[in-house]
Design a protein around this ligand. Sequence first.
Ligand code: ADP
Length: 353
Amino acid sequence: MTIIELIKVSKNYPNSKLPAICDVSLKVEEGEVLALLGPSGSGKTTLLRLIAGFETPDEGVVLLKGNIVSEQGLALPPEKRGVGMVFQDYALFPHLNAAENIAFGLRRMSRSEKNEKVCTILEMVGLSDFSKRYPHELSGGQQQRIALARALAPDPALVLLDEPFSSLDPDMCVRMREDVSEILQKTGSTAVLVTHDHEEAFSMADKVALLNEGRLEQLDTPEGIYHTPLSPFVADFVGKADFITGVVEGGKIVTEIGCLQNTSHFIEGAEVMVMIRPDDIDLRPNAKGDATVLERQFRGSENYYRLRLSSGQIIHSGQHSVSVYPVGSQVDLQLQITHVVAFEKTKVNGPRS
Ligand code: ADP
């Protein structure tokens, strides 16, 4: 079943020249987790607020479970949408303990039903022993799990998470991503998550909607967004991407590091820019090799290399953590591209270091 459908939704704030959201259409199916990803100001929060009902669209329609909940001049209030919300700062009630916070949204249940539900959900988030603790007596991660438990307790059709890990330290953040994903999976919840971090989006979401200046640049699986970006913006936003010049000759894209398939069917003679990810290149030591090692960053799980090709083009490569090539040495590049992504030369900015 389709849980959310947005059809050509646009939103302009007063006194703002550019629309915060422009002509966005997308669908989220039951049980899916969608990440709204993009740089600051790209419209992620606005889109989440349009789905929640805190904002009304200027154009377009928002449907929840097939029913129109927002269109121009009409907006079903957030509390009538059957949507659970987890805010950036968790927004737990400080004067209520964990169990009371969770029970807050369960108004229509009898006392015993409420108690049972609170116990079940506390167990699910692994905090059965913390039911009597007040928010200030819980760690950031525990507060977040209570906030998620509170959002999930009324069995919402949809749960919305607004940058839920932004106030956690990096180690805790990684653990909480796993915990939250597991809880969402266990409950079969449909969720929309706002994040500016592509790793968070990739690790948690089934689908990623990448926004840029209010427009939907690409809606795809994490793998699709990473391996087959539809624009240089997407390519660059979701990981390191170098672009090298290629020319279409004899049906192939000829570059200085090898010939590639012309998968986008550019015309013969076309000048293109081919996207190279650090994981697309393998290195082999060779004193007569075409590339010079300019820098090695040891990152624990990998060695990350910055290399210069004979043309002067800079390129990056991630290698095994024990593959060490000295700075200044020559190496051969071996291409391991599974998906060739190339754009018209005019659409790509100049080379970067
Ligand atoms: P993101 O969540 O991706 O950082 P937002 O949805 O918060 O982006 O903002 C999108 C655009 O809308 C930005 O240009 C922002 O300045 C503008 N904006 C957001 N909220 C308001 C508001 N209440 N009034 C006016 N402009 C706003």
